[in-house]
Design a protein around this ligand. Structure first.
Ligand code: CP
Ligand code: NVA
Length: 305
């Protein structure tokens, strides 16, 4: 496969191989550095939305391999506005060795991949966030030594991050439960895709509206912002609906004793997560953010070698 647009495109075997590769590349980097396998290679990074983790971790990943990354801001590219996506893809393919894109409409990253002759990586769309899911799976795997049979509970909005987390869990055999407010469900199509994978991996997807019931047997509690980028006009409404879905010490205490708490970040402290939890003993927020670097190195090696 040329591109990395969704974890649902990849087999469980390849996803597990990516995790193993990430662990090996992390070890290599910690003990002196990665080999300069991408010397003279450049990753173009198209951003239609802001970013800290995605931008810096991809840039550093390329540098650690002896390569380079090029940041292209929304103002510069004007994806589909200044120029068609098909033209941008074909022009960039003659300059760079791979493209990473953060877009609003998922169809735009699919269109980029269709026209680019170099690999295209999805750095978040309104539909999903597959690089995040790989870092999440890596973090869970490092913590528990497996994903199979674990209970991963997502509390909050059925958004892009939830979709990719659900799919990686379903592929790798973890049970995925979501508790979201009514009307803020994961898209039905994404649930159907996930359910097909659970049939193969022997895991389950459970859809609930009660966070307390959802976390009862949780090994992992995961949350994300109540208002994703592009939904800013709904902020006030969402702030009224979501407070019962806050991940706080009381909710964490209802899960299994060894539960870990995850969040893709950026966090809106005192909204979806409290300081006590984000900075408390169950939190894995920062190792999880750091794992973006290692998971994405594995993706880059897989696509560009
Ligand atoms: N989690 C994540 O993708 O963070 P950024 O938006 O800062 O890249
Ligand atoms: N769901 C969030 C994730 C940010 C990394 C958003 O799309 O804004």
């Amino acid at each position: 496969m040329k591109d990395f647009l969704a974890v649902s495109d990849y087999s469980p075997e390849t996803l597990q191989a990516l995790l193993d590769s990430a662990i090996q590349l992390k070890e290599e980097w910690k003990s002196g550095g990665n080999k300069p396998i991408f010397k003279n290679k450049v990753l173009a990074m198209i951003f239609q939305k802001p970013s800290l983790r995605t931008r810096v971790s991809f840039d550093m990943a390329m540098r650690h391999f002896g390569g380079d990354a090029l940041y292209l801001s929304p103002a510069e590219i004007g994806l589909g506005k200044r120029e068609s996506i098909a033209d941008i893809a074909r022009v960039l393919s003659g300059y760079v060795n791979a493209i990473m894109a953060r877009v609003f409409d998922h169809a735009h990253v699919v269109e980029l991949a269709k026209w680019a002759s170099v690999p295209v990586i999805n750095g978040l769309s309104d539909y999903n966030h597959p690089c995040q899911a790989m870092a999440d799976a890596l973090t869970i795997y490092e913590e528990f030594g497996k994903l199979k049979g674990l209970n991963v509970t997502y509390v909050g909005d059925g958004n892009n991050v939830a979709v990719s987390l659900m799919h990686v869990c379903a592929k790798l055999g973890a049970n995925f439960t979501i508790a979201n407010p009514a009307g803020y469900n994961i898209a039905q199509k994404a649930i159907e895709i996930g359910k097909r994978f659970t049939a193969e991996s022997g895991s389950a997807i459970t859809l609930l509206n009660d966070p307390h019931a959802a976390v009862k047997e949780a090994d992992v509690i995961y949350t994300d912002t109540w208002t994703s980028m592009g939904q800013e006009e709904e902020t006030q409404k969402r702030q009224q609906v979501f407070p019962p879905f806050q991940v706080n010490e009381k909710l964490v205490a209802e899960a299994r004793k060894h539960v870990i708490v995850m969040h893709c970040l950026p966090a809106h402290r005192r909204e979806e997560i409290t300081d006590e939890v984000a900075d408390g003993p169950h939190s894995r927020l920062f190792p999880q953010a750091h794992n973006r670097l290692h998971a994405q190195k594995a993706i880059l090696v897989h696509l560009m070698s």
